[in-house]
Design a protein around this ligand. Sequence first.
Ligand SMILES: [Zn+2]
Length: 241
Amino acid sequence: MRKVFILSGAGLSAESGIPTFRDSGGWWEKYDVMQVCSVQGWQENRALVTRFYNERRAELKQKEPNAAHHAIAKLQERFGERIWNLTQNVDDLLEKAGCQKVIHLHGTLRDLRCEACGHVWDIGYRAQREDERCPACAAASVRHNIVMFGEPAPAYRYIKRAVDESALFIAIGTSGDVIDIVMLASDFSHSILVDPKRKMYVTSFGSHERYIDEYFETYLQKRAAEAAAELEERVTAFLSR
Ligand SMILES: [Zn+2]
């Protein structure tokens, strides 16, 4: 049975008003990235990091999914398990669009996690309280559920499964800085890249003289929402063949 592996990144949610790390004028003028997104920063100042994620979670309440989130939701509704829906985003816009199954590679803003027993639970858009306790084991050591720099990302195991099981790879709005989408694409005869801006492929060995899109079978040089209808058509055609 043919399957499709969709990997999305910040570009998917950018049009819904969720800023990326690299956007200037966003949160990063108020906060230092390594202060709020690294294990070291967390160890140094848990209150600051908790406040940061409380603010992000509260902002999420007003955000709406765009055409690209809806396209993925429709594909999932139509093809079910044949769509691997992996995202690097920590927002809940795919869920808001109606996706039943989303694998969040870097965690989720709405959830908290117990450091004692590992239990994860949804608190919606409210702030984590100072006296927050784990509903499963009552421990008081509770944290946000975002993967920080310097700690493992257990959901990455699904990338391997998605690669093994799929015949088409689609990368939407991901710069490839964290997950090497060129390496992933090279495993596929069929691949689609959605990104409005052409980017050079950079590896740990330095910059290659080729653009990332050159490693993909098809390049849609569009923003995610603009490409949504075409993506939906292409995936539907591919899985109906
Ligand atoms: Zn617990």
